[in-house]
Design a binder for this molecule. Structure first.
Ligand SMILES: [Zn+2]
Length: 384
């Protein structure tokens, strides 16, 4: 899996600077290969004026294995990607997903400069008198977008399936379906993601109090310990409003949108208190009927594509991901190999929801990270 010429997005000189920084930084360890693999996303989204800062940060970035609570963590104060000493022994693909996720946080932080504009009650924080600032709870951040973004780009580039933050990933994918991938990418790679998201909510006619509460609720779904207040708004309600504003009132007649809503209702992690939260949403009553149909549809897709073995949940929904503009349903299954170990298989399905037909079903290529990926690429490109 090397980088192809298109992956450089016409930025060969920047690629050389980038790889030089990566090679000269002896604190990067195993992150080197991943940073090269990540280059296409950086090249696609960075503006010229932010390149110097990004390269500097690349020189400061460090990789460290230690005793941490989660699999991985990006610490932007010390510019460190921390990786759990417990996970390090795990399967290669798990490690790949975690490291790539943490590096996406690094990219997200510096790709558009560093000056972040926090928002206060839906207005720019910079416009607010100092006296109006009264503690952290008045600041509005968008952790759901940060975590969703990191995982969604792991999915697009490597895992072709959701790894964690399933609800945030499905929400962003449904936004891609409604608004198009370009708008969502612009929002996520902007240094003021919260502000861009807020302006979409303002287009829906929401007032500032509702917007602030939505942001807090969405963050609470993402880090359930973050906000002790009871949640008031669900992802589903906002998605239906977005659909009605952008596409039209007949969301119930759009089977793909209903499928995405169905996924959203199943996306809250079962061991968290938000499981089945959609029942509290404004559309719950209407949605019940659609959800029953979607359960049927899931079972039908799974039967047709023969993704799951008998004992698996026949109604199991799939992760939905846009990869290069094509929408895929995806699911992980585990196959027992000759050594009595389980190998992961990632099924990718293209499905025509209008005509209820299976268009394509394939197993995604498994991950390989050859040593010196970038050197291979350089040698290849010099031959051309
Ligand atoms: Zn994260």
């Amino acid at each position: 899996m090397g980088l192809a010429k298109d992956d450089l997005h016409g930025q060969y000189a920047f690629f050389l600077d980038y790889t030089e920084r990566v090679e000269k930084n002896n604190k990067l360890g195993d992150l080197r290969e991943f940073l090269i693999r990540l280059f296409p996303e950086v090249a696609k989204h960075i503006q010229d004026e932010n390149k110097a800062l990004f390269l500097d940060k690349l020189s400061q970035l460090q990789f460290e294995i230690g005793d941490i609570e989660f699999g991985g963590q990006y610490d932007n104060y010390s510019e460190k990607v921390l990786f759990s000493n417990k996970y390090y022994q795990w399967e290669e693909f798990d490690n790949c997903f975690i490291l790539y996720h943490e590096l996406m946080h690094f990219v997200d932080r510096y790709i558009d400069g560093t000056e972040q504009c926090l928002t206060y009650n839906g207005q720019d924080f910079s416009d607010i008198e100092d006296s109006a600032y009264n503690g952290d709870d008045l600041l509005v951040d968008s952790f759901f977008a940060e975590e969703g973004m990191a995982d969604l780009y792991v999915a697009k580039a490597l895992s072709k399936s959701y790894d964690s933050y399933y609800a945030a990933c499905n929400f962003l994918t449904t936004m891609e379906y409604i608004y198009g991938s370009d708008l969502v990418e612009d929002m996520l790679f902007d240094r003021n993601t919260p502000r861009k998201f807020i302006s979409l909510l303002q287009e829906l006619g929401y007032d500032n109090a509702k917007i602030v509460k939505i942001m807090k609720d969405f963050n609470a779904y993402t880090y359930d310990y973050w906000d002790a207040e009871p949640v008031s708004y669900s992802f589903e309600d906002v998605l239906v409003d977005m659909y009605q504003k952008k596409i039209g009132s007949d969301w119930q007649k759009d089977p793909l949108f209903c499928y995405l809503l169905y996924n959203q209702t199943r996306a809250y992690t079962p061991d968290r208190s938000f499981s089945g939260n959609y029942l509290h949403s404004e559309i719950a009553e209407v949605a019940e009927k659609e959800m029953a149909e979607m359960r049927e549809r899931c079972a039908a897709i799974n039967r047709t594509a023969e993704v799951f073995q008998e004992e698996d949940d026949p109604e199991k929904s799939h992760a939905v991901i846009f990869i290069d503009g094509v929408l895929w349903l995806s699911e992980r299954t585990w196959i027992l190999n000759e050594k009595d170990e389980y190998d992961m298989e990632i099924h990718l399905i293209r499905y025509d929801f209008e005509n209820e037909t299976l268009l394509e079903h394939k197993i995604a290529d498994m991950l390989e990270f050859p040593e010196n990926l970038h050197k291979e690429y350089l040698e290849k490109s010099q031959e051309q």
